[in-house]
Design a protein around this ligand. Sequence first.
Ligand code: ADP
Length: 230
Amino acid sequence: MTTPIISVTDVTKTYGRGTNRFDALRGVSLDIQSGESIAIVGKSGSGKSTLMHLLALLDEPSTGRIVLEGTDTHQLRGSALNRTRNKTFGFVFQQFFLTPNTTVLDNVMLPLKIAGVSRRERKRRSLDALAQLDLHDKARNRATDLSGGQKQRTVIARALVNNPRVIFADEPTGNLDSATGAVVEDILFELNREHGITLIVVTHDEDLAARCDRRVHIRDGVILDEEVAA
Ligand code: ADP
């Protein structure tokens, strides 16, 4: 058995205090293997986004351990944490949407700017990523002037520029019509299969979940069961 890319052991997450205390995760353990596609499925309020935020190192667990590629992430702080996140992960999240009045190219270059990559190299890599998503002719458009599907493809291009090992997708097809959603899904699974990028998806959508190698069902902050694709 190979070492998992992300290993979660006995993780809990409690929000608030006293009478406002809410236990969003109540002891979750999960190993994610490099190169797999995994869906985190559950009803609204079950703890899916909380788990995704912990896996993506956007928040810290109350107790328990998250190990990323052999490093206990609790040891990572400040700029080291930001660097690790930016270098290892790509995000396809509704809440990390595009900056509206800047160009598509500027949006895609942002993670490289954060990583301190030179302007020339940023531009080259971002134009490559846009070409990969069939958006090279939109590089100079404002992000607001794109269709829903083009926006989501831009978000994927931005998630790709850093050559991430893992892509996190939170309801990636949530706001798209079914034909456009299918195109976006195909792109994500192609990145998973052909480039070996680990894909972690949070979704309500049973059909999208069914396409993943593994489905983890979560309810009231615990994992109910796991299903592996036939
Ligand atoms: P899901 O993604 O499955 O809809 P979440 O992980 O967003 O669920 O939320 C799980 C539970 O934790 C919900 O009951 C939610 O209200 C609560 N919760 C999430 N974030 C916070 C927060 N920052 N403060 C207090 N409660 C929260």
